[in-house]
Design a protein around this ligand. Sequence first.
Ligand code: SF4
Length: 372
Amino acid sequence: MHLYLHIPFCKQACHYCDFHFSTNTSRSQEIVNAICKEIELQKDFLGTKNLETIYFGGGTPSLLSISQIEQIFSKIAQHFTIQPRAEITFECNPDDITIQRLTEWRNLGINRLSIGVQSFDENHLKFLNRAHSTSHSMQCISDAQKAGFDNLSIDLIYAIPSVSNEIWKLDLKKAFSFDVNHISSYCLTIEEKTVFGHRLKEKVMKPIDDDFASNQFDILLEEMSKNSFEQYEISNFAKNTAYAVHNTSYWQGDQYLGLGPSAHSFDGNKRFWNVSNNTKYLKAIAVNTVPNEFETLSQKDKANEYLMTGLRTKWGVDLGKLNKILPLSSKDFRETLMRFRKEELIREEKGILRLTKAGKLKADYVASEFFF
Ligand code: SF4
């Protein structure tokens, strides 16, 4: 079983981000207390009590004090058994990282950090409205390594307007120089309810050009491969099979419990999502209810989800497994498959469908064309 905890606070709003968070951190202790209460309320959600992974995401978990993290861990330990080799990931921002905190996080059992570096260029960090500087990014990675974190992931964003291919290559070169074993790299997307979304609407910002983004994705794939990183998911790259176990569990359709405002859960048949509002979340938990909604997945939904996530990973889509979810008798499916094979967007090997390099550039489109 996998556990996700959403910590809904950030120091400031990055201009591209549409995750759920608040910059008013005054209620952080109330939220921590409520998450602990939700652990009690949801302890039987998946039946099993054994945790293979725990993931602190957000928002910014690194804004929590050590005593707050301790409080959450002790509540988890009260109701669940953390497997001895469980992956325990903590998302953190470079400006929150100090040697002392790193040591304390490690002492609490956190064994993997996901650091929101995004860029090593000062101007780009400002453009994105990140709270940290280039020197924070560089210092925190080496500090984390000194503190004994050998399972380290950094996030990088590409297709930032004005970032030339040369600068993008330099960003990647800098990332490789730290010898981390995992990199997640996302294309900048402009979401409606963000500062960039407003700028786009006001026509003071242009949409991200598709060719520009494709070129930078190509560079990303090329540089990753030159530096011995395996692309195991469209946006995720690992050295020596240091795959993110928690995230991989989502892509493989495992069950998980998500706690905190806006967190999602999956019990194998139903998807649940908690309210994306801190006040409403606190009010509901105060009267012992979990403020969530759910939808029951049909076999068709399950097949489509498997196509969407499976095609994005190196494991691809197993036609036998897909056929068990939903019999593949449809003529449309075969025709779509033939079309994409001809267009060299998909290849089929021993009953497994995988995207080609060209297909990876259009992953969501290819998957959606297969949808039942
Ligand atoms: S720190 Fe992360 S979660 Fe917070 S606004 Fe920035 S990108 Fe979003």
